[in-house]
Design a protein around this ligand. Sequence first.
Ligand SMILES: Nc1ncnc2c1ncn2[C@@H]1O[C@H](COP(=O)(O)OP(=O)(O)OP(=O)(O)O)[C@@H](O)[C@H]1O
Length: 209
Amino acid sequence: MRPTVPTRLSIKGLQSPIAGPCTLDLQAGECVAIMGASGAGKSVLLRLIADLDPGSGQVLLNGRPRSQFSGPAWRQQVMYLAAEPAWWADSVMAHFLPDTRSELLQLGEQLGLRSGFIDIPVAQLSTGERQRLALLRGLLRKPQVLLLDEPTAALDEDSVSAVEQLLRSRQQQGLSLLWVTHSHPQASRVASRCLRLHERQLTPMEAAQ
Ligand SMILES: Nc1ncnc2c1ncn2[C@@H]1O[C@H](COP(=O)(O)OP(=O)(O)OP(=O)(O)O)[C@@H](O)[C@H]1O
């Protein structure tokens, strides 16, 4: 008998005036891609799941309702990574805990960030460098679910591969991903299932179309 994979995130009838009602189960270590036209509501849906926008319906993490978490505790576990990440200080390290410095350097190298990136003011990093840095900022907080909003939109091919490889290795450790992308090839590379958001509803689609 195959071992049962636990349900990591369970979404039931989640909706706002813009998206839903949506229902979806995400298993531990699973990646589900979400596609859909510009303006379909993909970012809104991720923000609803992260409890960043008001809505109704149920979201559970490992069977525990979101209502039992504080907002910050929920978002540390079910983390939204925006397409345009926010920065609140000039220095890179101000966005990370001091004891994560060596892991940050090692992961930065793995993602192809230039040497010394840690000491460069955030504003002087390129868009693609900041996008990778935002991903590391999220990963180093050890969430159980990452809600990824076009995480490789600003990246060259090699960096896209490096990001996909790093996330795949985290999935093997149990991290679950909801991955918004406009790229069918990427959806078929990274996801076990692909859903389309259209007219407020999520429907299954073939990843490779
Ligand atoms: N806070 C908000 N209040 C009102 N309308 C909003 C808000 N945020 C987004 N919208 C609207 O909701 C719709 C969906 O926006 P959303 O950003 O989720 O689209 P998307 O599918 O992620 O698009 P893209 O692929 O271009 O990033 C858009 O029409 C947008 O203008």
